[in-house]
Design a protein around this ligand. Structure first.
Ligand code: HEC
Ligand code: HEC
Ligand code: HEC
Ligand code: HEC
Ligand code: HEC
Length: 506
């Protein structure tokens, strides 16, 4: 895995250079392959259906079918929230939610509120192939304002598509990961502003303000989220040759909670991606017969905050336990959540939890998108410009009270980073309002473990050379996951000059 990832990052950056310099330099605008030599094209009705694409783009179809883009209008939590929103706003939500979760159903007038999705033709549900590949203009930075060409020309990054019997094809900068326009295409849906003008999801905004945004040295959404599979046919059809195919799994955090294709493949991809996201170190300071722990966390891999997007529903926290004398009973613990409970139910003054909070006009905390008139946020920040990359680490001391110490000297400390995609309290709230089947809440799996557990012992710490620039801010001896994280390190190295190596050492 390490080797594969390394190549990806290097190539991601390398590819940008090649592409801008040569191949597609004259490919601006949409140059479609001529229809003259391919008279029997499929109809619009046929092209609307992802099943049609499967015939020639089987791998891409399979990946997409397991993605959250495919699941977006089947997700029972989505259906429950939308139903509740329509009821509580007296229908004022209208197409707001479904316009991003089933954009073709809205555009084909198959729904006006998403309440009839169970009767809507499957081919219109979710974020479909047709929707993304017909997009030809961005009409806003948020709320899904994308214009469709409706000319049945399937857009991609290749200016010289091999003519085929199904559809015309052609180049578009919105589908070329080396172009900023491609991030605007994703960004149009990955930023949400609700009816009160509150920016409740801000992934695109965060990316725009990051070191990753500028071209040509930055990284677009697709360069991180649609990894290339090198030199394969991109269609099973006559006369094709080898190119880069881009993965359509779009894994990150959410998983299907009902029977759905590709669940295991998605779960494994999520595990790998999460493992590359955070650089973490843990330092233990011994003070007389007692001690204290410091945890350093750096969002090293994400091109935006972490978590991002629906961060009001995400629960990202640190679970720390300190032990002594081989006793299974810890001398200290924080963030240890009993199975089936939500982390927010913990009475834990030291809890290090990252998420957004919503509030209504009266200052009361609320859970639902349409209720928020204000938010508070403490996400792990991404790297700000200018390059070279800097460590944007945050540090937390355990116990949190700077004058307090652990009750004894620890000889082993463990740390896990946990991420619950949707807070169980949010699900409980939806069950209580009668909108979500309690069986879904029961079947919801526990949190993702982000990366592997970090374990401090005096011996391990003695063998660790902490590469964090944060080293001088932390006291004691440290262990870290950084050597296991090729992605972030390569990314950093590819952005770093030798001028100031301290800035480059995460
Ligand atoms: C009959 C086979 C066939 C079917 C069915 C088919 N395609 Fe294609 N598609 C191709 C071929 C062939 C190419 C060109 C491959 C190449 O140039 O290497 C292509 C290319 C593409 C491209 C790349 C365009 C570019 O210029 O970069 C996209 C995007 C695409 N198809 C989307 C779709 C979608 C979406 C569907 C379903 C609605 C679909 N295709 C159905 C055969 C097919
Ligand atoms: C969320 C938007 C989105 C959806 C949904 C989507 N695609 Fe794509 N697709 C893209 C983007 C963006 C690229 C270009 C990536 C790049 O070049 O960096 C692409 C590239 C392609 C290509 C060109 C070859 C390649 O991999 O670069 C084909 C063929 C294709 N998609 C087919 C499909 C099919 C078939 C589906 C549905 C089963 C689908 N896409 C769904 C966004 C999407
Ligand atoms: C039509 C709007 C739309 C567009 C365009 C779009 N997305 Fe999405 N995307 C969604 C929705 C809606 C979901 C969440 C579905 C769900 O979980 O119910 C999602 C989910 C995702 C996820 C999974 C998030 C998670 O927490 O698991 C990733 C990653 C992602 N999108 C990346 C992209 C990228 C990269 C692009 C551009 C190539 C893109 N999206 C374009 C609407 C869109
Ligand atoms: C430098 C690489 C990189 C770039 C650039 C990037 N992402 Fe991400 N993204 C990540 C990583 C790493 C994660 C966290 C891994 C995970 O959630 O499994 C992530 C997570 C996400 C998530 C899930 C967030 C959550 O916590 O719910 C979404 C949605 C997403 N990205 C969309 C986008 C979009 C849209 C863009 C462009 C505007 C983008 N990403 C740019 C690497 C990147
Ligand atoms: C601008 C496009 C857009 C709109 C409008 C939108 N969503 Fe989403 N939704 C997304 C994207 C993108 C994601 C994935 C975000 C991530 O993974 O961080 C998502 C994720 C979700 C999820 C799964 C993760 C979670 O937060 O629990 C649910 C449920 C959801 N949306 C419900 C809704 C409801 C209900 C509405 C209307 C009140 C709505 N969405 C409006 C784009 C949108």
């Amino acid at each position: 895995m390490a080797v594969v990832t390394r190549t990806f990052w290097r190539r991601g950056v390398f590819l940008s250079a090649v592409v801008t310099a040569g191949l597609f330099a004259n490919g601006a605008g949409c140059s479609s392959s001529t229809a003259a030599d391919e008279p029997t094209r499929l109809t619009r009705e046929e092209l609307l259906d992802p099943e049609t694409c499967k015939g020639c783009h089987a791998d891409t179809y399979r990946e997409w079918s397991g993605s959250m883009h495919a699941y977006a209008a089947d997700d029972p939590v989505f259906l429950a929230m939308n139903a509740r929103g329509q009821r509580e706003t007296g229908g004022q939500l209208g197409t707001f939610c479904v316009n991003c979760h089933a954009p073709m159903a809205v555009r084909e007038n198959a729904t006006t509120d998403g309440l009839n999705l169970d009767k809507v033709d499957r081919k219109l549900k979710g974020v479909t192939c047709f929707f993304c590949h017909q997009a030809d203009a961005i009409e806003g930075t948020h709320n899904g304002k994308l214009r469709l060409a409706n000319d049945l020309v399937m857009r991609g990054r290749y200016a010289d598509p091999v003519p085929n019997k199904a559809h015309a094809a052609g180049y578009s900068p919105f589908h070329d990961g080396t172009k900023v326009d491609s991030a605007k295409m994703c960004g149009a849906c990955h930023d949400i502003v609700n009816g009160h003008g509150v920016a409740i999801e801000r992934t695109f905004q965060e990316w725009q303000a990051s070191v990753f945004a500028p071209t040509p040295n930055g990284l677009s959404c697709t360069q991180c989220h649609m990894k290339p599979v090198s030199r394969v046919p991109i269609a099973e059809a006559p006369n094709v040759y080898l190119r880069d195919r881009h993965e359509h799994t779009f894994e990150a955090v959410d998983t299907a909670v009902t029977p759905w294709p590709e669940k295991e493949a998605q779960a494994e991809k999520i595990r790998l991606m999460l493992a590359e996201t955070l650089a973490v170190a843990m330092c233990v300071q011994i003070v007389g017969t007692r001690g204290a722990v410091q945890v350093i966390a750096d969002n090293a891999g994400a091109g935006h905050s972490f978590p991002s997007g629906s961060a009001q529903d995400r629960r990202l926290w640190f679970e720390l336990e300190a032990f002594r004398n081989d006793s299974p009973e810890p001398i200290y613990r924080s963030g240890v959540v009993p199975a089936g409970q939500d982390v927010s139910s913990l009475n834990d003054p030291d809890l290090w939890l990252f998420r957004d909070h919503f509030f209504d006009a009266t200052g009361k905390e609320v859970h639902m998108f349409w209720e928020a008139t204000r938010y508070e946020s403490n996400l792990l920040p991404t790297k700000p410009p200018p390059a070279p990359l800097r460590s944007t680490h945050l540090i937390r001391r355990y116990p949190r009270d700077p004058n307090a110490l652990l009750t004894a000297k620890p000889d082993r400390v463990t740390l896990r980073v946990l991420l619950q995609p949707i807070g169980l309290d949010v699900l409980d709230n939806l069950v209580a309002s009668g909108d979500l089947d309690p069986a879904i809440r029961q079947a919801t799996p526990g949190p993702h473990v982000v990366g592997t557990m970090l374990e401090w012992t005096p011996e391990r710490a003695a063998a660790t050379n902490l590469p964090f620039s944060a080293r001088n801010e932390a006291a004691g001896t440290c262990v870290t996951n950084v050597p296991d994280r090729p992605t972030a390190l390569n990314l950093v190295q590819s952005h770093c000059s030798a001028d100031d190596p301290t800035l480059c050492s995460l």
